[in-house]
Design a protein around this ligand. Structure first.
Ligand SMILES: Nc1ncnc2c1ncn2[C@@H]1O[C@H](COP(=O)(O)OP(=O)(O)OP(=O)(O)O)[C@@H](O)[C@H]1O
Length: 245
């Protein structure tokens, strides 16, 4: 692995009453030690996962709208506000990698089409054809299978968004292959109980106003999914009863 630590530069913060320092998990951050080649960010919606991931992408000089260092295009409101306030500690330092955000993947696909049209890149790196001509899930997997290679850091924001459970398992296999011998590092914000099950991953929870390491079985994603699958009828009865009150 390459990125070892993320430090919040408290001394640079002048205004703590504005985003992103209004997010408890961010304002309380001191240092985050990354201890595995796969780190997951988990937590409730709005707990600050994307904010931190985007800031890390910014400090890696990746396009914060999604892409690597050479993918230069603009998407409205994709700048990282937190990037100026964190420091990344590397051993060794690398520049290869990619930031993928599910929500702006459409814009990235258009950017790739434009580069291919101008013959600046071949489609080979993206599965042989335009990402727009592949289904949402197919295009995600094309990126993972063809563009991802060794000695790089990949920052992925909800990669499961378009993937069927079967494709999520394929993604786990890709993760396994790319992290063998610690050749690639991944930081992944996810809500998927399947992805979170990756063996040996570090799981960082952004809940309860702080970022702390937790075990797979302690995540809401595992607990709620397991409980739902084990007691589906009871869950549905309770949900319906609430609606009728
Ligand atoms: N550009 C912005 N300006 C002001 N507030 C913002 C901005 N971006 C995000 N926020 C707020 O910061 C909080 C954290 O957002 P963030 O996107 O980091 O959450 P998240 O944990 O990734 O959530 P999700 O799981 O829903 O993707 C949210 O309350 C959000 O409304």
């Amino acid at each position: 692995m390459f990125l070892k630590r993320v430090t919040l530069l408290h001394e640079k913060i002048e205004n703590r009453v504005e985003y992103p320092f209004t997010i408890p998990s961010i304002s309380g951050l001191e240092q985050l030690e990354l201890t595995s080649s796969v780190t997951f960010f988990v937590g409730e919606n709005g707990s600050g996962k994307s904010t931190l991931l985007e800031a890390i992408a910014d400090k890696c000089d990746f396009n914060t709208a999604g892409g690597g260092r050479n993918n230069i295009y603009d998407v409205h409101a994709s700048q990282s506000v937190l990037g100026d306030y964190i420091r990344l500690s590397w051993l060794p330092k690398i520049g290869n990698g990619f930031f993928m955000r599910a929500e702006s993947f459409y814009h990235f696909a258009t950017h790739i089409d434009e580069m291919a049209k101008e013959e600046m890149i071949p489609y080979r790196a993206y599965g042989g054809k335009s990402l727009h001509e592949q289904s949402h899930g197919e295009s995600f997997l094309s990126l993972f299978l063809n563009r991802f290679s060794s000695e790089a850091i990949y920052l992925l924001d909800e990669p499961e968004a378009a993937l069927s459970p079967q494709r999520q398992l394929m993604f786990l296999r890709i993760l396994h292959e790319l992290t063998q011998d610690e050749e690639c590092q991944f930081i992944i914000a996810t809500h998927s109980p399947i992805l979170l099950g990756f063996p040996g991953a570090q799981i960082l929870s952004f809940d309860h106003g702080e970022i702390q390491e937790i075990q797979y079985e302690e995540t809401d994603h595992y607990r709620i999914t397991k409980s739902f699958l084990d007691h589906r009828e009871r869950f549905l009865t309770e949900i319906t009863a609430d609606e009728e009150e």
